[in-house]
Design a protein around this ligand. Structure first.
Ligand code: NAD
Length: 295
């Protein structure tokens, strides 16, 4: 049995930590929100009084925090308190530069580090079917793999520290752009008198096929499990899509990459969020394109 500290027990962190408990590990958790600590206790997680005391006895530390500034600040508190050789796994979605900085903070104290952001949402976190995109040395990745396997079903080593975050934001930039593309096609189809089902039957089996139409279709009907059938309840909130598109734009700027469609997608989701729609699923962008937002 390994002792694992889990910092950040929110919508994703709590079910992920619960899967580590189910996997036979002792999990000591911490979060700033009292309600999340209550849920954690119900999930079999021991609650610590602060982040530093959660890690003092741990062999592995997992962080699942909102953004890069939280990760860097928490690492400043916990890395000096951890045992030498502790493995740090950061599964938050953060900017590549902060991931590399977190890796350097860990390396300075001779700790191991893997950035391991996830795809699969709260459903995947609960079911233990997340995809992990990992960055770090081969050795750190090999150490992290057995723990990640308790929380996910696909674990990909993408390269050195920061490579997991790079893969995550590139993937989500494709997703944001493709969802807008699919939504635009349905709006145009409506204007041309095409039924949703007819467009789906053609595009989902032709060259227009992609995850945004085949699995997550933004209109109700063709894919019964998509959030469009459930009032656009997330799923994956538009506010989180905007966060990831902004991270992609920051990375593109810093790396000197041309991403005009990524920039446009960030702008469109920015307008949607500014209308107060950030809590909707990101496929709700179709209502914005029709000019029929829910609020
Ligand atoms: P969340 O806001 O529900 O959870 C984050 C938790 O971190 C909160 O409970 C907060 O109290 C806690 N926290 C913040 N600062 C802290 C500190 N200093 N010490 C201890 N706890 C602290 O967010 P979430 O949906 O669980 O997402 C977490 C990360 O996973 C984000 O980076 C997000 O982008 C990413 N992500 C989310 C999803 C999703 O569908 N929700 C999917 C993939 C990736």
């Amino acid at each position: 049995m390994t002792t694992i500290a889990f910092i950040g027990l929110g919508n994703m962190g709590n079910p992920m930590a619960a899967n580590l408990v189910r996997g036979g590990h002792r999990v000591v958790g911490f979060d700033l929100m009292a309600d999340n600590l209550k849920t954690a206790e119900a999930n079999g997680i021991s609650v610590a009084s602060d982040a530093a005391s959660a890690v003092s006895d741990a062999d592995v530390v997992v962080t699942m925090l909102p953004a890069g500034k939280h990760v860097i600040s928490v690492f400043g508190d916990i890395v000096p308190r951890a045992k030498p050789g502790t493995l740090f796994i950061d599964s938050s979605t953060i900017d590549v530069d902060s991931a590399r900085k977190a890796s350097a903070i860990a390396a300075e104290k001779r700790m191991h580090f893997v950035d391991a952001p996830v795809s699969g949402g709260t459903g995947g976190a609960t079911a233990g079917t997340l995809t992990f995109m990992c960055g770090g040395t081969q050795d750190a990745f090999a150490k992290a793999q057995p723990f990640l396997e308790k929380m996910g079903k696909r674990i990909v080593h993408c390269g050195e520290a920061g490579a997991g975050q790079a893969a995550k934001i590139c993937n989500n930039m494709i997703l944001g752009i493709s969802m807008i593309g699919v939504a635009e096609a349905f709006v145009l189809g409506e204007k041309l008198g095409l039924s949703h089902q007819a467009l789906f039957d053609v595009a989902s089996t032709s060259s227009g096929q992609c995850w945004s139409i085949n699995t997550y279709c933004p209109v109700p009907g063709p894919v019964p499990t998509s959030p469009a059938n459930n009032g656009y309840k997330p799923g994956f909130a538009a506010a989180l899509m905007l966060k990831d598109l902004k991270l992609a734009q920051e990375a593109a700027l810093s790396a000197g990459a041309q991403t005009p469609l990524g920039a446009e997608a960030a702008q469109i989701y920015g307008l949607f969020n500014a209308l107060g729609e950030g809590g909707q699923d990101f496929s709700g962008i179709i209502n914005f394109l029709r000019g029929s937002e829910t609020k």
